[in-house]
Design a protein around this ligand. Structure first.
Ligand code: HEM
Length: 515
């Protein structure tokens, strides 16, 4: 599927590496020594990769990270790529001393809350470049903090509780298409493409009223959902290599498609022909003094990527867990079949506990890198002990420090979720909130499972209703089991994905119709 994995990759890598050398040299000379060097953390695995390979490329996401969480606690230091950070003259030692480049891994609740809400931090340069390349400079996720607030408020009209209720019939039709496909599939079936296509079709219809059968929409989704290598730099992205060209083409295609649809809708609105209860773009185009058409169209790629694979992956990983819990699966089916007629999804405790547990255990964005725009003092919920023996309750960091918001680790903190934090246990949500801690009161019904701060997921209600509808239809009609030779692993490829041993995305399951 991904052209990034195709023939052009080694060539692009070579060009990217060559193009980056002058920047790296300047970087090595100008950067400042680490201020977090006394915070304990795992030893570096290699000079080139530091601990980054273990963090990002482990066979199963978290193989190392969750071990580090246990050994070093919710805040620790990791070595980044190119371990020797700078060559700095230390008069005290009378020579050239290499200082290390470190990243701060943070899963401490107070620290996380501070980082994601503070203007002192922004997305890391690497993340910004990928976002720019994929979604463009006018997309909600890329614009400056000043532009973000009004743009988000304007876009939110398409994602309110009332607006999302209008998309329910779209989700129901998509769920019916999945069950039809399952009826025509062999008993062992890869559920990934089925769910990816279903979530793509709902995004197309609910956001733009574009049918998923439109081939351009499909091509676009293929291209923009491709796994982007995390080493993309904006400068080299303008090189004429096939990999970067695919990303640029996808962004252009998305904009063209969105732009055409928005123009049609604006025209229909002027003629009083626009259905204002319809899709997100219709709602936005019908809003008096709303956003200019080009700004609405500029969100096409973001909505398609943010809304498609996220929901599909959460569902796939959840169904795999359901297969491991046959008793819970049976109870959930009983709860679903007990509801006849108009389904009140929010009043189904097992269904909602299951969805929350899927989001907790498998945050599709498990780690989010930020950079300090200026010197800052990060508060901590619990004191940590430095390698010098000193105890600290806050961390002073310098401008330029990379901080990894360790979402997956936060969602497995034993101090907050209990000793069984690493187990998939939907029942934890059945009796009040599963989250224990002084900040529990401040968390919403989803306990920050869609992240927090100004960039918290705009489409969370959309995702929840879609998952409620899909799970109800699937579990009502089918039972789910794992094949005996199941070898699927969860790996990080920009976001979490189920991967088969051959390196392809996929999740074969035994799906049987309930007679
Ligand atoms: C299970 C499904 C989903 C999960 C787990 C999820 C998770 C997230 C997370 C963690 C972020 C914050 C990213 C960051 O700050 O770097 C985010 C942002 C966002 N999500 Fe979702 N998402 C899901 C579904 C959706 C859907 C269905 C849509 C739209 C239809 C959507 C639209 C967005 C948008 C537009 C943003 C950017 C918000 C901003 O920058 O202000 N998401 N999502």
């Amino acid at each position: 599927m991904s052209t990034f994995a195709g023939q052009g990759l080694p060539f692009s890598l070579a060009i990217a590496a060559a193009g980056s050398i002058p920047f790296l040299l300047v970087y090595f000379v100008l950067r400042r020594p680490s201020t977090i060097r006394n915070i304990p953390g795992p030893p570096s695995q290699s000079w080139i990769f530091g601990n980054t390979q273990q963090l990002i490329l482990s066979t199963q996401y978290g193989d190392y990270e969750f071990g580090w969480l246990k050994s070093y606690g919710p805040v620790y230091r990791l070595r980044n790529c190119f371990g020797v950070r700078s060559v700095k003259l230390h008069v005290k030692f009378g020579g050239l001393i290499p200082a290390k480049q470190d990243r701060l891994m943070v899963a401490d609740p107070a620290a996380l809350s501070f980082i994601i809400n503070s203007p002192h931090f922004k997305a890391s340069p690497m993340l910004e470049n990928v976002v720019y390349l994929l979604h463009g400079p006018k997309s909600l996720i890329y614009v400056s903090a000043e532009e973000h607030k009004p743009l988000r408020a304007a876009l939110n009209v398409g994602f309110t509780a009332a607006a999302v209720r209008n998309y329910q019939s779209i989700f129901e039709k998509a769920a019916a298409r999945i069950t039809e496909k399952l009826d025509n599939s062999p008993s062992t079936v890869d559920i990934c493409p089925l769910l990816s296509f279903a979530t793509l079709s709902t995004i197309g219809e609910a956001v733009m009223a574009a049918s998923a059968s439109q081939s351009r929409l499909q091509i676009l989704a293929e291209a923009i959902a491709s796994h982007l290598p995390p080493w993309l730099f904006r400068a080299v992205a303008h090189l004429p290599t096939p990999d970067f060209k695919t990303a640029r083409d996808a962004k252009r295609l998305a904009y063209e498609l969105g732009n055409r649809i928005v123009r049609e809708k604006l025209l229909a609105a002027r003629e009083g022909q626009l259905d204002t209860d319809g899709d997100v773009f219709s709602v936005l185009c019908a809003t008096k003094d709303g956003l200019p058409g080009d700004i609405v169209a500029a969100q096409t790629s973001l909505f398609m990527v943010a809304g498609q694979e996220t929901t599909a992956t959460t569902l796939v990983l959840g169904l795999r867990e359901l297969a491991r819990l046959p008793n819970f699966q049976a109870d959930l089916r009983s709860e679903i079949t007990a509801h006849t007629g108009k389904v009140a999804y929010d009043s189904m405790p097992l269904l909602n506990a299951f969805i929350k547990e899927c989001l907790r255990m498998f945050p599709v964005v498990p780690i989010d890198d930020r950079i300090a725009r200026e010197d800052a003092v990060i508060p901590l919920s619990e004191k940590i002990t430095l390698s010098t023996g000193e105890e600290i309750s806050q961390i002073c960091i310098e401008k330029g420090q990379i901080v990894s918001v360790a979402i997956a680790s936060f969602q497995r903190l034993e101090s907050r979720w209990g000793e069984d934090a690493h187990e998939f246990n939907p029942n934890r949500w059945l009796h009040g909130t599963a989250y224990k801690g002084p900040e529990a009161e401040a968390l919403g019904p989803y306990a920050n499972l869609f992240f927090g701060g100004p960039h918290t997921c705009l489409g969370w209600r959309f995702a929840v209703l879609e998952m409620q509808v899909f799970i109800c239809e699937l579990v009502r009609q089918f039972s789910f089991a794992l094949p005996e030779d199941d070898a699927v692993r969860i790996r990080l490829a920009f976001s979490l994905h189920p991967m088969m041993p051959n390196g392809q995305k996929g999740a074969p399951m035994i799906v049987s119709r309930i007679s």
